[in-house]
Design a protein around this ligand. Structure first.
Ligand code: SF4
Length: 233
């Protein structure tokens, strides 16, 4: 084979691979939107494959076709929640860890940060205290952490079989990706950021297996209490 013939074949292989990749990313994006908008999970293994192997590329592709790259993490969390749901429900709270982000804490929180995370004093000024209290009563081990370094330590130092996590879409998707050996359930933050974030408390309690009455409000806005001295629940 001559060198020019080799380059010709090589070029064709690269072109075909590129076209296949574009088809894969397009199909994943379409299936992901169906999952998010219609709650229908189609070809979950394909979605997970694209997410795990082409995560960064998939984000760039989404942006290039005018779709906010956040959708990639949204799809990742949704698909993992659905795929893991059945297995997760078979595991007892005693074997499950609940991981909350410290950015949910009240702005005047007095809890100290230690090696295992934030040591919540359960003053109930914010939703962390409520979830921690309820979670511990049910048997969950509850951790309130500032970032993925703490999560790594928690995984290394504790025995558990399942995880419920709360975080922004990107952190949640990446954490669920890294913890793919465990049946994880994730609840994305409604408002992310470094402080004063917000979560749907009902959604977290439902993941914990708490049966809630329709329409019952747990906090004024299911998030951190904006009033410094007002306690919730
Ligand atoms: S309930 Fe919220 S504000 Fe109170 S100590 Fe715990 S994390 Fe801090």
């Amino acid at each position: 084979m001559t060198i020019s013939a080799f380059y010709q074949i090589f070029g064709q292989v690269v072109l075909i691979a590129g076209i296949l990749l574009l088809i894969l990313l397009s199909v994943t994006l379409i299936l992901g939107r169906i999952l998010i908008e219609k709650d229908r999970l189609v070809f979950p293994k394909l979605l997970l494959f694209t997410m795990d192997v082409f995560y960064g590329l998939f984000k760039k592709f989404s942006e290039s076709v005018g779709v906010n790259a956040k959708i990639v993490d949204n799809i990742g969390v949704e698909v993992r929640n659905k795929v893991n749901e059945k297995h997760f429900k078979k595991i007892d709270p005693q074997d499950t860890i609940l991981v909350l982000p410290h950015c949910l804490r009240h702005l005047e929180c007095e809890a100290k940060l230690e090696t295992s995370g934030l040591v919540c004093k359960n003053c109930k000024r914010c939703v962390i205290g409520v979830l921690k209290d309820k979670g511990e009563k049910m048997g969950f081990q509850v951790f309130i952490i500032p970032g993925s370094t703490f999560l790594k330590k928690i995984v290394e130092q504790n025995k558990f079989k399942a995880v419920i996590g709360v975080a922004c879409f990107q952190d949640l998707n990446l954490a669920m990706m890294n913890l793919s050996n465990f049946p994880c359930q994730g609840v994305p933050l409604l408002r992310d950021g470094c402080v004063n974030t917000k979560v749907d408390t009902r959604a977290v309690l439902e993941k914990m297996g708490v049966k809630l009455k329709e329409g019952k409000k747990l906090t004024p806005d299911n998030s951190c209490n904006p009033e410094p001295n007002r306690r919730i629940l």
